[in-house]
Design a protein around this ligand. Structure first.
Ligand code: ADP
Length: 286
């Protein structure tokens, strides 16, 4: 069997994407999609909402606006449409391919969630069919010029991960961010993610520890909810020689904000979780 001709088409389609970043987690429910969505919001943030009088940007300001795309390859459990406030949106087809759904001019999202008859519809597909749709998300979507393409993946290392690694290989994947929670069981899975990245030559941008403590919204005291293992991700990062990007505390408002499709950082700019998240974003931006 010769090389897959679609891969050359994908490479050409994405030739003007400056950085491609995967977000991975060993387990489900650790906040990977929440992280990806908010990273998308943060990278695409223009600041114009807080300064309405300056809503019309100068050409120089426009130059600095980042173009961001987010592709959801969690085919059986797409959650980005809800988290990004796009639940009833649909994709449109044009001569040059599918147009993604836009949160705002510079933030485009593609997910199988936009193609389902209703939000509770189940996608029960085997590997080859899932790989086919991932290929279409890269090959047939009008991604245009992007500064960042973020890829939200399913938990673990499965068909979807192998496919994305294969499809994006010629143009290169700039890096992976690994999201985990403190418990040892979740950390064990991160070790597997690290081995996966090393095996397929994806650089690791770093590990994010999510839900690492609880900040009481009333008294603002931070308590550890997994006292035995909090800080374990940092230690593991050191042992495995990968960067540690930071810890985000558990804040019940994050869940609420995401359930209503809002950008958490904009809703709660002073929360410890926002400050922690911003510190992580600053390390990712190039
Ligand atoms: P995954 O993509 O890893 O399966 P999700 O991003 O769907 O996980 O997050 C699982 C749940 O946890 C969601 O309800 C989300 O709102 C919530 N969540 C994620 N991070 C936090 C956090 N730091 N504080 C509070 N809730 C969070």
């Amino acid at each position: 069997k010769g090389p897959d001709p679609d891969i050359a088409v994908i490479t050409d389609r994405l030739r003007n994407v400056r950085r491609k970043i995967l977000v991975l987690s060993g387990k489900g429910g650790v906040g990977k999609s929440t992280f990806t969505a908010n990273l998308g919001f943060a990278l695409a943030h223009t600041g114009s909402e807080t300064e309405p009088q300056e809503a019309v940007m100068t050409a120089a300001e426009e130059e600095t606006v980042r173009q961001v795309g987010v592709v959801d390859i969690d085919i059986c459990g797409p959650s980005l449409p809800k988290i990004m406030g796009l639940e009833n949106e649909q994709i449109h087809q044009s001569m040059s391919g599918w147009s993604p759904v836009y949160v705002q001019d510079n933030l485009a999202v593609m997910s199988i969630g936009f193609m389902l008859p209703d939000k509770d519809a189940a996608v029960i597909w085997r590997g080859p069919k899932k790989n086919g749709i991932i290929k279409q998300f890269l090959r047939d979507v009008e991604w245009s010029d992007l500064d960042y393409l973020l890829v939200d993946t399913p938990p673990g290392t499965s068909d979807e991960h192998l496919s994305i690694a294969q499809y994006l290989k010629p143009g290169g994947i700039d890096g992976a961010i690994l999201v985990t929670t403190p418990p040892e069981v979740a950390l064990q899975d991160v070790r597997k993610e690290i081995s996966f990245c090393r095996k397929v030559n994806i650089p690791i941008l770093g590990i994010v520890e999510n839900m690492s403590g609880f900040v009481c919204p009333n008294c603002k005291h931070e308590s550890s909810i997994f006292p035995a293992t909090t800080g374990g991700a940092r230690q593991m990062a050191e042992t495995m020689k990968v960067p540690f990007l930071g810890s985000i505390p558990l804040d019940p408002r994050i869940g609420k904000s995401c359930d209503s499709g809002q950008c958490f950082m904009e809703e709660f700019p002073d929360s410890p979780a926002t400050l922690a998240f911003q510190g992580i974003v600053d390390q990712i931006v190039e």
